[in-house]
Design a protein around this ligand. Structure first.
Ligand code: F6P
Length: 531
């Protein structure tokens, strides 16, 4: 084990540090009864004090149930848990994903070519050269395809990280899309999805991107094979699979066996949910072009540098990750809602669900020992203002407190008068209403207020700012996962269901229910009686 990681492994568990005890005291003294209205009344500088700037993102943390003492104790917790040592181990390419024996180097994917004075470790420089060679080839391909008038539609077939990241980013940057190609995303093994997509396509003018890190994921492989059958049947066997099916994968051999001739590879040290920066980002590169994709990487790199170098107190991923620990482990809040006030960010909550819950939805430490405290909250959300007309009722007047994370963008890419001030006013008003509340007759019209929120503000939604926003969240998840002592980079929890599905599938045809529980047996019987 290399130096930084072994040092981090030797740290005390978070709940056994003096800082954790201090946080417990803070919570009892001021946290439990914390009142946001009083906090603002007592400190005219509160908004400034709790504002944190990072590349492309400003965060107003002031409407959170957090005071200076708790903030200091959280920063102390980060030090006692050796967060910076762990972070440096990640950037240095140490094998921090210990259960899979891998480094975690998605940050290298957005690192520019090494230049004099750069901080890329000499051991990583050959990898970086490889990263850039692959990126250049992938972007050349994107440009060639963009310029190809014979191709009108591009279908990305992938799931999880091989779908959520590129789909979210393509939607988010729709205003920058200038390829003239229609992009489609098929993820679900539910055949309705692929069938609905294929209905509108012609094989001759369609390119399929088969996106799968492993090239074994059953949903993706099933969809890929069905797409290929459709392509062969509709094309009368006259079209070239090698031209129309492209592989985005680390498993070059499996892609070749499928009949794919053009593959853009990546590396086992890129986790699926961290892979939008790799070949998995090809749909985005096709949509916005090579220069736009490079801007996207540059925005993320700026956030990486911020995370790597900014002092803890002014380090936005650190501050957000610490807030997450404070809320989960001291306030006992079990969920967080994401409210992007920009309709192009409508898939951002879904993207964050995988990023955060697949990374930190775990109950054991790196040695497999059960942990006695809560970890990942539940994340959910819809774009504003839609959420206001659905579940904001519960946020304002329900029995549970759910911290809200607003994401707003100042500039627009449309010229419809009146909409943007209305949108931003709604975001601000909701945060204000959650905090202020409103005393009425004490009944149905009473708003208790004191409901916390964070307000993330972007000047503009561009490739660079989106890159920074995503990287901010990646690092924030790293921070909370590191403090909790988790391996945020494996996902063993998804395996059992996959194995059981393999067992059940043939039973649906055969009717053999031996050894199954009574509920599953009953459901299989009912399904078979109808189908
Ligand atoms: O089942 C979970 C998972 O492994 C995710 O972590 C991953 O993003 C997704 O499946 C897809 O995996 P692949 O890219 O290998 O098809």
């Amino acid at each position: 084990m290399t130096a930084n990681l072994s040092d981090w492994m030797g740290r005390p568990r978070c709940d056994q540090t003096p800082a954790w005890r201090e946080l417990g005291r803070c919570f009892e003294q001021t946290g439990r009864a914390f009142d946001l209205r009083q906090a603002f009344a007592a400190d005219s500088q509160r908004a400034e004090r709790f504002g944190v700037s990072a590349p492309h993102v400003f965060a107003d943390l002031s409407k959170n149930r957090l005071d200076a003492a708790a903030t200091q104790a959280l920063l102390q917790l980060a030090r006692e848990c050796r967060l910076e040592v762990h972070r440096d181990a990640m950037f240095a390419g140490e094998t921090i994903n210990t259960t899979e024996g891998r480094a975690v180097l998605h940050t290298l994917l957005r690192c520019p070519q090494p230049a004099p004075g750069d901080t890329v470790a000499p051991t990583l420089q050959p990898l970086l050269a490889d990263v850039h060679a692959t990126l250049d080839a992938m972007l050349d391909f994107a440009e060639t395809l963009r310029a190809d008038p014979a191709i009108t539609d591009v279908v990305n077939i992938g799931i999880g990280g091989s779908d959520l990241g590129p789909q979210m980013a393509v939607l988010a940057l729709d205003a920058f899309a200038n390829s003239g190609k229609r992009l489609h995303f098929v993820s679900n093994v539910d055949g309705h999805e692929l069938a609905a997509c294929l209905k509108h396509l012609q094989p001759r003018s369609t390119v399929f991107l088969i996106a799968s890190k492993t090239f074994t994921t059953v949903e993706t492989m099933t969809n890929a094979h069905s797409a290929r059958r459709w392509f062969e049947a509709e094309g009368g066997g006259a079209l070239d699979i090698g031209r129309h099916f492209i592989g985005l994968t680390t498993n070059l051999a499996a892609a070749g066996a499928f009949g794919i001739r053009t593959t853009f590879g990546f590396w086992d040290w890129v986790g699926g949910r961290y892979s939008v920066w790799s070949a998995i980002g090809l749909p985005l590169a096709i949509a916005i072009g090579a220069a736009g994709f490079r801007d996207f990487l540059a925005g993320a790199h700026a956030m990486d540098n911020h995370f790597r170098t900014a002092p803890l107190a002014g380090n936005l991923p650190v501050r957000l990750g610490l807030l997450d620990v404070w809320y989960r482990n001291f306030h006992g809040f079990t969920s967080r809602t994401i409210a992007p006030y920009h309709s192009a960010l409508r898939r951002f909550p879904a993207y964050l669900q995988q990023l955060e819950m697949e990374s930190n939805g775990k109950r054991v430490d790196l040695a497999g020992q059960p942990l006695p405290y809560g970890t990942s909250p539940v994340l959910w959300g819809e774009p504003g203002t839609n959420g206001q007309h659905a579940y904001f009722q519960m946020l304002h007047q329900g029995t549970d407190v759910v911290p809200v994370e607003f994401i707003a963008v100042i500039k627009t890419r449309h010229d419809l008068p009146g909409h943007q001030p209305m949108l931003l006013a709604n975001a601000l008003a909701q945060a204000q209403a959650l905090m202020q509340g409103k005393a009425d007759s004490g009944g149905h019209k009473d708003f208790p207020g004191n409901r916390p929120s964070t307000f993330l503000l972007l000047d503009d939604l561009t490739p660079a700012s989106l890159g920074a926003l995503i990287a901010l969240h990646e690092h924030r998840v790293f921070v909370s996962g590191s403090l909790w002592g988790l391996n945020s980079f494996d996902q063993w929890g998804v395996e059992l269901g996959k194995v059981l599905a393999k067992d059940i599938e043939p039973r649906l045809a055969s009717g053999d229910t031996d050894g199954l529980d009574a509920s599953t047996r009953g459901l299989i019987g009912r399904i078979r009686s109808i189908s």
